[in-house]
Design a protein around this ligand. Sequence first.
Ligand code: HEC
Length: 114
Amino acid sequence: MKRTIITLSVLLVLAIELGVTAVRAEPRNGREIFESMKCTKCHHPEKKVNGPALTTIVKAYENRENLLKFFRGETDPIVEPERYITMKPRRRKIGKLSEEEKKALADYFFGFQQ
Ligand code: HEC
């Protein structure tokens, strides 16, 4: 009897653990990432706030792959390099996102391509 209870408890813990992992593994969309990382504080889709508008950024980057390289830290800023000091710490945070999340973020930016 005792053994059955222990076995059931272990199974229950495992099931909960798997459920939690499944929720965690759910990919976040680009907009969620953009908002949760507070990029909205300085970036508006079409207007310049502190940082350039997303429309301006995607125009400069031309395609998602170029923007992804910047997110990965493989390229230098091209939009307003003289003001990069403000963006630099955020770029480092973006670099810590998973590749999937970086792609989702880049897709979100390119949703504003005109
Ligand atoms: C405190 C204000 C601020 C926040 C918050 C911020 N940015 Fe910026 N961002 C800027 C400024 C200023 C620039 C212009 C300097 C530059 O071009 O690097 C910029 C530029 C950029 C660029 C263009 C870089 C280039 O090639 O010049 C991208 C892409 C970008 N931001 C993405 C993001 C994302 C994604 C987030 C959220 C993780 C974010 N920013 C958060 C201020 C901010």
